[in-house]
Design a protein around this ligand. Structure first.
Ligand code: ADP
Length: 305
């Protein structure tokens, strides 16, 4: 089966500025894929090439088995750009009607599907109000409704939640999760790491126009120390733990211990060891870094930058 979205060695120069520098990516059908990277990394340029708004300088890009930018590729996706403006005099429903006609949907289908997507985007109550009266967040949600109107198998979203408050973001996350569970391939470009971490199956970290890492969010942020919470500890216990399991750190309140051992079997062994001592174990888990920690580490931008 073809991948849903694929590119090899994609380059893009804007008058001497190298926005993409050999970007290669493969996104499988049905994946919820996140693009992460600092401002200027090239994420929007990649999306714009995929949706045919920008032509690459070099390399190859395709959607399904069709070259990106061609008519066949353009029929297979929905798109919500980062910066968009809809005609302010239209109502949300009129906007959907226009888009439905532009993509050759039948009138009864437009009416039925508009009601569905307005509901999904939480815009049903505002559907017959003019867009000029919509907040930025409402405009983003009507934009999303427009992007999914034609039931596209692939969806490109460039910063779809940037203007939303936490409630609006949760709403959009749920909408996207519902689309993903129906098999839509979603390519999400967002700087909101928690959103990406929560919803994406896989992510690519992009910097200076290249992919520097891909993986599942949990794989990228996995592998911290084991954290133990006890009713207390003494020097002898710490010495024995470090002899058996590796480096141990204790905290100042005398209850938490961190053991730096990334073996999956370490946790049950530590639990068994503690149970042979006169200590009560309240918690034992693997601490994971946040995606933000991983992101900063990958980009080599620690504290202060
Ligand atoms: P991101 O989406 O990761 O923030 P972009 O793809 O928007 O990154 O931009 C990548 C680089 O290309 C940036 O340095 C940006 O300034 C530059 N760039 C983007 N679009 C244009 C353009 N139309 N003309 C000139 N430079 C551009």
């Amino acid at each position: 089966m073809n991948s849903a979205v694929e590119c090899w060695g994609l380059t893009k120069n804007y008058r001497g500025l190298r926005a993409l520098d050999g970007l290669s990516l493969k996104i499988e059908p049905g994946e919820f894929f996140g693009l992460l990277g600092p401002n200027g990394a090239g994420k929007s340029t990649f999306v714009k090439i995929m949706v045919g708004l920008v032509r690459q300088t070099g390399g190859w890009a395709q959607i399904g088995d069709a070259p990106a930018g061609g008519v066949r590729a353009n029929r297979s996706f929905g798109y919500l750009p980062e910066l968009f403006r809809f005609p302010p005099w239209m109502t949300g429903r009129e906007l959907l009607n226009l888009h439905g006609r532009l993509i050759s949907m039948s009138s009864p289908d437009i009416a039925k599907r508009s009601t569905e997507v307005l509901e999904l985007a939480g815009m049903a109550d505002a559907a017959d109000r003019r867009i000029s009266g919509y907040s930025k967040g409402m405009q983003q949600r009507i934009g999303l409704a427009q992007a999914v109107l034609g039931r596209p198998p692939i969806l490109f979203l460039d910063e779809p939640t940037s203007a939303l408050d936490p409630v609006g973001r949760a709403h959009v996350r749920n909408l996207l999760a519902a689309l993903a569970s129906e098999g839509t391939t979603i390519v999400l470009n967002s700087h909101l790491l928690t959103d990406v971490e929560r919803v994406c199956d896989r992510i690519a970290v992009i910097d200076h126009g290249r992919v520097i890492k891909t993986g599942r969010p949990s794989d990228l942020s996995g592998g911290g120390p084991l954290l133990l919470r006890l009713d207390g500890w003494d020097k002898a216990l710490i010495e024995q733990l470090s002899e058996r399991f590796g480096r141990v750190e204790t905290d100042i309140n005398g209850r938490e211990i961190r053991i730096y051992n990334d073996d999956d079997e370490a946790a049950p062994k530590v639990a068994a060891f503690i149970s042979t001592h006169d200590r009560r174990l309240y918690e034992l888990c693997r601490e994971r870094g946040t995606l933000e920690d991983v992101f900063l580490e990958l980009l080599g931008r620690g504290d202060g930058e």
